[in-house]
Design a protein. Structure first.
Length: 184
C-alpha cells in the first residue's frame, strides 16, 4: 500500500504565484534544505544535471536589471509586473541544467532537472512556502549574466515566497482509469 502521507503531499502540491506572497523572508537554512531535497531527484546514470543559482536580497535587483537590459522589447507593463514579482519573492532560484556526457538524450537531462524541481515544490507543502516555476521566453538572453557555458542552460526561474493563506483549489483531474490501457 502506498504511504498515505506521501499521496497527501503530492496532491497538495500547487503553484502559488508571487503576487500571493507576503514579502516575508525565508531563512537560508530552509532554502538549503529545499535544495538538498531537490538533489535527491532520480537521474539516469547519476548524471545529476541540475544546478541552481539562488538570488535573494539585493541580488534580485541585479538579476532584474540583467533581464531588462537584455530584453529591450519588454514593455513597461511587463517590467512593472516582473519588478513586483521580484519584490514579493523571498528567493528566486534559476533552475539550470548541464549536459554532462552527451551519451544521454537531452530530454532525459531535462526530465531529471524537472524531477528536482518537483522535489522543490513538494518540499514547500505544509510549511507556508509558495512556489512557482516560470519559464519566460527571455531566459536564454541572460546566459552570460548567469555565467553559463555552452553545455549549460537555464530552464527557468523558481520563485519562492511565504504566504498567509490556504487556497483550497478544486481542480478536476482527468480520470486516470480512462487514460490507462492495460495489457495482461
Amino acid at each position: 500500500m502506498i504511504n498515505k502521507e506521501i499521496s497527501k503531499i503530492i496532491k497538495l502540491r500547487k503553484s502559488i504565484y508571487p503576487k500571493d506572497f507576503n514579502s516575508k523572508k525565508i531563512d537560508k537554512k530552509t532554502i538549503i534544505e529545499i535544495l538538498e531535497n531537490a538533489n535527491h531527484a532520480p537521474t539516469h546514470k547519476m548524471t545529476q544535471p541540475w544546478f541552481f543559482k539562488v538570488f535573494s536580497g539585493n541580488s534580485k535587483q541585479k538579476l532584474l536589471k540583467a533581464i531588462i537590459s537584455h530584453n529591450k522589447e519588454m514593455t513597461s507593463m511587463a517590467k512593472e509586473k516582473l519588478n513586483f514579482n521580484f519584490e514579493k519573492t523571498s528567493h528566486i532560484i534559476c533552475v539550470c541544467m548541464s549536459r554532462n556526457s552527451g551519451i544521454l538524450p537531452e530530454w532525459e537531462e531535462i526530465a531529471a532537472t524537472a524531477m528536482a524541481v518537483q522535489n522543490i515544490w513538494l518540499s514547500c507543502v505544509n510549511v507556508d512556502i509558495g512556489g512557482y516555476w516560470s519559464t519566460p521566453k527571455f531566459t536564454p538572453t541572460i546566459k552570460d549574466f548567469l555565467s553559463l557555458s555552452n553545455t549549460q542552460r537555464c530552464l527557468g526561474f523558481f520563485y519562492l515566497g511565504r504566504h498567509d493563506f490556504v487556497n483550497k483549489r478544486n481542480i478536476k483531474r482527468k480520470n486516470i482509469e480512462e487514460e490507462t490501457e492495460w495489457f495482461v
